[in-house]
Write a protein that binds this ligand. Structure first.
Ligand SMILES: Cc1cc2nc3c(=O)[nH]c(=O)nc-3n(C[C@H](O)[C@H](O)[C@H](O)COP(=O)(O)OP(=O)(O)OC[C@H]3O[C@@H](n4cnc5c(N)ncnc54)[C@H](O)[C@@H]3O)c2cc1C
Length: 489
């Protein structure tokens, strides 16, 4: 065999380390957990913008371990993903597309209901990366072109359209989705890219050895869990936060102690915004996400496909505690504090019982550990006000996958190797977190002269707000935005 390598004395050279990997792999002795800490660290390669090249997929595949051996009682895969929501499905798609053996374990049979219907235009770039844009477009979801705010009973509403800032996003619209179908489209895409998906499977716990996560204990719902070994486990269990709870990392934010009550209706006012949008930008049957303040919090009104409308109230927990009654009664009382939205529901039929999520906001101490990463709501969730949850979960899934591919190339699954994922996703998360704090400062101060109202008159403030509210957290400097808010006051 001819070897194009530097002098053998340069033992830490990247070429020799790669060569050693290849030889070990061909002998069926690919480097395992014991070698994790012995490798010389190398630079993180730039993430692949599109589908990986065939040689790169082969290289990653070669770096993965051999499959299950005959006679072994437990399964072994490269990556187990716990949870098939947007975060888990996105990570699984990128990893399987790069040739890794990926197993997604999802407790619920899909399609299943989930709250979180309003998406952001920043998702187009991520959908392209996942190769799912065509399927999303074909699904027939309601078009969303922006947000409409109603602040403190001011009769003049503020409409912010992504089309006003066309330079920032591939398309100036997005969708209001029925999450049952949207999440199923993403999970099917992960299957098509090569991930194995088992619905109706619950992960009871993660398997650990010497402080490393080495797999999961899982089985079909109702059956005894068994061990499935993996080099890396992704916790994408949403608000269940399986690993963060086990580690004691989950920290609720007492300053943002909110409770949400929500349901769906058939037959509400479609809130036609066509006349507010310049003809050139107008898309037939278009909608905006409606956000309206009410006593103790705010109300969302999201027209979905057909005549379905999602309606929810997000209240300060202390205020909600004073509204006596069951969730239906609290929802009704909070809604009657916003007569405008109540009127849009006149004659509409409620189609499901009111659901409640309390203690909405939490942040976990860390998003990575030895042998695992946390993605989407399993890493943190702050508040639904700016509809960032799904966008951040998908972004987190893609960023985590980029970092995990690097970990497989180096056969190093340590927290240190996985940390760049955490740094990368914390930046947009921190930005939306600051905006959310700003929003509640406005609500708590009852300040009618606020940034949203001022965005009606001040073009540069308006542009910055639209880009941020469309999900362009990395396209707009939040600090300069907050400075402009200050300057305009
Ligand atoms: C009141 C409210 C309103 C919201 N509104 C919006 C909105 O308008 N727009 C928006 O973008 N976001 C919104 N969000 C946030 C959004 O719903 C979440 O951020 C998003 O669903 C996160 O995706 P995920 O994949 O991380 O988790 P999820 O979508 O929750 O998926 C997690 C999956 O893991 C599965 N699972 C859990 N535990 C296990 C286990 N042990 N074994 C196997 N499977 C398991 C679950 O069945 C689930 O399917 C809202 C959130 C709340 C609370």
């Amino acid at each position: 065999m001819e070897v194009d390598a530097p002098h053998p004395r340069v033992l830490s050279s990247a070429k020799l380390v790669d060569l050693k990997d290849k030889v070990l792999c061909e002998l069926g002795l690919s480097a395992g957990h014991t070698e994790r800490d012995t490798r010389a660290p190398r630079a993180l390669p730039a993430p692949d913008p599109a589908r990986p090249s065939v040689p790169r997929r082969r290289a990653i595949r070669r770096a993965a371990r051999p499959g299950p051996q005959p006679g072994q009682d437990s399964e072994r895969v490269d990556v187990v993903v716990i949870g098939g929501g947007p975060g888990g499905a996105s990570a699984a798609t990128v990893l399987a597309d790069n040739g890794l053996r990926v197993l997604v374990l999802e407790r619920e049979p899909f399609p299943r209901y989930h709250v979180g219907e309003s998406l952001l235009p920043a998702l187009w770039e991520l959908w392209d990366r996942l190769g799912v844009t065509e399927q999303i477009e074909a699904a027939g979801f309601a078009v969303k072109q922006g947000i409409r705010f109603g602040m403190f009973r001011d009769p003049e509403e503020v409409v912010l359209l992504t089309a006003e800032c066309p330079a920032y996003f591939p398309r100036s619209y997005t969708y209001h989705v029925d999450r049952a179908r949207f999440d199923a489209v993403l999970l099917d895409n992960a299957r098509q890219k090569g991930a194995e998906v088992r619905e109706g499977w619950t992960v009871a716990d993660v398997a650990m050895r010497d402080g490393w996560v080495t797999g999961v204990l899982a089985g079909p719902n109702g059956a005894a869990p068994r061990r499935i070994a993996a080099d890396l486990v992704i916790d994408a269990t949403g608000r269940d936060c399986l690993i963060a709870r086990k580690m004691g990392w989950r920290r609720p934010d007492p300053a943002l102690n909110k409770v949400a009550h929500f349901t769906q209706f058939a037959g509400g006012d479609p809130r036609d915004v066509g006349s507010l949008i310049p003809t050139a930008d107008r898309i037939p049957a278009t909608t905006t996400t409606e956000i309206h303040t009410t006593e103790g919090g705010w109300v969302w009104y999201i027209p979905l496909r057909g005549e379905t409308v999602s309606v929810g109230v997000v209240l300060d927990a202390h205020y909600a505690g004073k509204l006596a009654g069951d969730p239906e009664a609290v929802f009704e009382r909070a809604l009657s504090g916003c007569p405008k939205v109540r009127a849009w529901l006149h004659g509409a039929r409620q189609t499901m019982p009111v659901q409640t999520v309390s203690g909405i906001s939490y942040i976990n101490d860390s998003f990575v550990g030895n042998g695992f990463v946390l993605v989407g709501d399993a890493s943190m969730f702050v508040d639904p006000i700016f509809s960032a949850g799904v966008t951040l979960a998908i972004r987190g899934g893609v960023y985590a996958a980029d970092c995990i591919l690097d970990a497989f190339q180096h056969r190093d699954f340590s927290a240190a190797r996985l940390r760049p994922y955490e740094s990368r996703i914390r930046q947009p998360m921190d930005r939306i977190f600051q905006m959310i704090r700003h929003w509640y400062a406005i609500l708590e101060g009852g300040n009618a002269d606020n940034m949203i109202r001022r965005a009606r008159e001040i073009p540069w403030l308006r542009e910055r707000l639209i880009v941020l509210l469309s999900g362009g957290y990395e396209k707009m400097d939040l600090e300069s935005f907050l400075l402009s808010v200050k300057a305009a006051s």
